[in-house]
Design a protein around this ligand. Structure first.
Ligand SMILES: Nc1nc2c(c(=O)[nH]1)N[C@H]1C(S)=C(S)[C@@H](COP(=O)(O)OP(=O)(O)OC[C@H]3O[C@@H](n4cnc5c(=O)[nH]c(N)nc54)[C@H](O)[C@@H]3O)O[C@H]1N2
Ligand SMILES: Nc1nc2c(c(=O)[nH]1)N[C@H]1C(S)=C(S)[C@@H](COP(=O)(O)OP(=O)(O)OC[C@H]3O[C@@H](n4cnc5c(=O)[nH]c(N)nc54)[C@H](O)[C@@H]3O)O[C@H]1N2
Ligand SMILES: [Mo]
Length: 683
């Protein structure tokens, strides 16, 4: 029996450090690792389910090729690689290398993910996505305001006297944060939750506000106005550290508190209570989730929310601050700047063509110079996770050749001509950062890949060899597949930080230079060196108002839009406890607690449509429809219907059939939640 330190590389706040017990070459147990102060209590059910996941009978263990009838048949690696090489050489010769789309999702974190783009660069160019499905509107809003995305250590939340969980459902999506919320509450802190859904997180709140979706910007401006009127602001802090306050103050007064309450469809008293709390209790921390960050007005919304902390002096000290993304452990990445990810050209002159990940299907179909012939997908499930599924399917089906690298036969893999088996986190070592806690972790190799599974590093190495390419990452050749070569490569990446693999084998290491209390020096790396409530850069980069003025989101029922005339319900597609997006739900352990998709609906909205609890309904708009069981939810705001995202099409719950591929106002994010539907009972 051997116990190894490892860490969960899923796209999740917690990035738990854990221990993996291996007996006779099999993973037997996942256990907590106390060395990570943020996740010491141990992993969630998903983490425990790795024991099943690595040996799941559904895992793909060898290359599969689609046959003319649609079934997949096992082929050898030699056949698979020959086929890919033949296709790649043909497309490059006949159409140019940009006729190949390289699509990489967020299925797993690691430095070795960079091997993919290294290969495609060496191929001579490629088409790829820019933007991100997840968080860029908030990242950019934070960068414009504070200059950088970092926040206090997770455990510092214990020092907060006021915690606002705003559009964040920590009890499901960041369960370890609830430990620190609990500790703060035990010491007398107050908790506010702002969410149109009464979530598990909301159950803990003393003040719970349910605004109309997409209107948090108006709420924040109204709170600002009250703080100013009642003189509950920190003049000293503003004078020293804030730029643009006067203009912000005038702008916030353009809409009265009563008007804002009408926009948000909440009582004025709730806005007053929030303002009172923020103005009189300190230190205060706002934990901003991703909920209100997926609308067409989200960058401005996040800027308006952040201003509340700037005005009350709640930055740069213990128990205070803006917890959105803590990129202090992202020490290997380039600048955290969305423009840097916009891909038209690389420094070495290799031409990349960019398609917006928010508009994936539409942009793929629009590619003309050259048209796309092939797609390579790894670590992603764009058919279920990118907006506008039907358009994504149309774009994939219009291609000549599709390769998907995955562990399971997902909806996207089912569309492929060739499916290549992917490793799991236990089958190749890699170093990972996090976006909530400040640790670097080693995700250790503890098992040999089963069947004929090869890591992406090896697959790209073999292709490069056959094609005579020399992919380079960071100016050195990509590593070979052996454990020694991988370790040597990782050691090289770690060397500048004076961290060794041996240290990481023991446990996580705090990122070099990390600040336990972010901005404690009150140095804000913006253009002015101050917190910017008015931002010239917002206009230059995003053609946005320099001030975060409130505008209705694109599909708001209050706009005179075609959607609003036909469809009355906001379609909410939040994350859920026992999946990470489209992962985990194929495991029997998870199925036991999460058996089938459901559309949560307020009983009154259901009654208006003659829908009984549990009845099958059709949820639809012009883009698509789902047949799904309705479930009464007394805690949901009226006028909303909610289905968690990540169900597969084969489960009948792929929510993105109804969403629209639209970008957020800044950062090239996806405005998934800006989205109206109707629900009717199925006779
Ligand atoms: N268990 C689990 N954990 C996860 C993930 C997962 O899939 N499962 N995914 C990880 C990833 S990649 C992400 S991005 C994060 C996301 O983490 P969260 O931000 O916590 O999760 P979301 O479900 O995206 O959104 C949070 C809440 O925002 C609410 N919301 C929607 N629209 C609005 C609005 O207009 N205003 C307000 N105030 N609230 C609104 C939703 O009802 C939802 O409850 O979680 C990470 N952690
Ligand atoms: N409607 C709606 N849609 C959403 C959201 C929403 O709130 N609403 N949330 C969005 C957000 S925040 C995110 S982050 C995205 C996430 O969407 P995606 O980035 O697509 O992520 P996942 O569904 O977690 O995983 C994708 C695939 O990666 C595979 N995978 C895991 N590890 C590896 C590996 O090592 N190698 C390879 N080759 N494959 C691997 C998994 O098996 C899985 O099939 O979804 C977005 N989609
Ligand atoms: Mo995400």
């Amino acid at each position: 029996m051997t116990v190894y330190t490892t860490a969960c590389p899923r796209n999740c706040y917690s990035t738990c450090t854990m221990q993996a017990e291996v007996i006779d070459g099999r993973l037997r147990r996942i256990m907590p690792h106390r060395g990570n102060q943020a996740t010491a209590e141990g992993p969630c059910l998903k983490g425990l389910s790795y024991v099943e996941r690595v040996v799941s009978p559904d895992r793909i263990l060898h290359p599969l090729r689609r046959q003319p009838g649609g079934n997949f048949e096992r082929i050898s690696w030699d056949e698979a690689l020959s086929l890919i090489v033949e296709k790649l050489e043909t497309y490059r010769r006949d159409l140019g290398p940009q006729s190949v789309l390289y699509f990489a999702g967020s299925g797993t974190k690691g430095l070795l993910n960079g091997v993919g783009s290294a290969f495609w660069r060496s191929y001579g160019g490629y088409t790829t996505t820019y933007g991100d499905l997840c968080w860029p509107a908030g990242l950019e809003a934070t960068r414009l305001t504070l200059g950088a995305n970092r926040h206090n250590a997770p455990w510092d939340l214990e020092n907060a006297r006021l915690i606002v969980l705003w559009g964040k459902n920590s009890a499901e999506t960041n369960i370890h944060q609830m430990t620190f919320v609990d500790q703060a509450l035990a010491k007398g802190a107050r908790l506010v939750v702002i969410d149109p859904r009464r979530t598990q997180t909301a159950e803990r709140a003393e003040l719970f506000i349910q605004p109309r979706p997409g209107t948090d910007g108006a709420l924040a401006l109204a709170v600002a106005q009250l703080l100013i009127q009642r003189d509950l602001i920190d003049h000293n802090f503003i004078n020293r550290h804030v730029r643009g306050f006067e203009r912000y103050r005038e702008m916030a007064a353009e809409v009265t508190v009563e008007e804002a309450a009408a926009i948000c469809e909440i009582p004025v008293a709730e806005i007053e209570q929030l303002a009172d709390a923020l103005g009189t209790i300190e230190p205060a921390t706002i934990c901003a989730g991703y909920g209100m960050q997926r609308y067409t007005n989200s960058g401005q919304t996040m800027r308006a929310m952040l201003a509340l902390l700037a005005m009350t002096g709640n930055l740069g000290r213990p128990g205070a601050g803006w917890q959105f993304a803590n990129l202090q452990s992202a020490v290997f990445d380039q600048v955290q700047d969305p423009i840097a990810f916009y891909p038209p050209a690389e420094p070495d002159g290799v031409v990349r063509v960019g398609v917006s990940t928010a508009r994936l299907g539409r942009d793929m179909l629009a590619c003309q110079d050259p048209p796309l012939a092939m797609a390579w997908v790894e670590r992603g499930n764009p058919v279920t996770q990118n907006p506008d599924t039907h358009r994504v399917l149309e774009a994939f089906r219009a291609l000549d050749f599709r390769v998907v690298v995955d562990q399971f036969l997902t909806d996207t893999a089912r569309e492929a001509d060739l499916v290549l088996p992917a490793k799991t986190m236990f089958e190749q070592s890699d170093v990972i950062g996090a976006y909530w806690h400040p640790y670097l972790n080693l995700r250790q190799k503890v098992l040999d890949p089963p069947g004929e599974v090869k890591t992406e590093t090896e697959i790209y190495g073999l292709l490069a060899e056959r094609m005579g390419l020399q992919p380079e990452l960071d100016g050195v050749p990509i590593p070979g597949p052996s454990d020694v070569e991988i370790d040597t490569w990782l050691e090289r990446r770690l060397a500048p930080f004076e961290i060794t693999l041996d240290t990481l084998r023991e446990g996580p290491v705090l990122a070099p230079g990390h600040q336990e209390v972010a901005f404690s020096d009150l140095q804000f790396p913006t253009a002015s060196g101050k917190i910017e409530l008015a931002s010239a850069e917002a206009r230059e980069r995003w053609q946005a108002d320099p001030l975060p003025r409130y505008v209705e989101s694109a599909e708001s029922p209050r706009r005179d839009s075609p959607e609003a005339r036909k469809y009355p319900l906001y379609f909410m597609t939040p994350n859920t406890k026992n999946r990470i997006h489209s992962q985990f739900n194929n495991l029997s352990l998870i199925r036991r607690v999460s058996d089938r998709p459901r559309a949560m609906i307020h009983p009154q909205d259901a009654a208006d449509r003659g829908i009984d609890d549990g009845q099958t309904v059709r949820l639809f708009n012009d883009r698509g429809s789902l047949e799904i069981a309705a479930q009464y939810d007394y805690g949901l705001r009226r006028g909303c219907v909610a289905v968690t995202n990540g169900w597969w099409m084969t489960d009948g719950g792929a929510v993105n059939v109804c969403t629209m591929g639209r970008e957020t106002d800044m950062g090239y994010g996806a405005a998934f939640h800006d989205n109206l539907v109707e629900v009717e009972k199925v006779r």
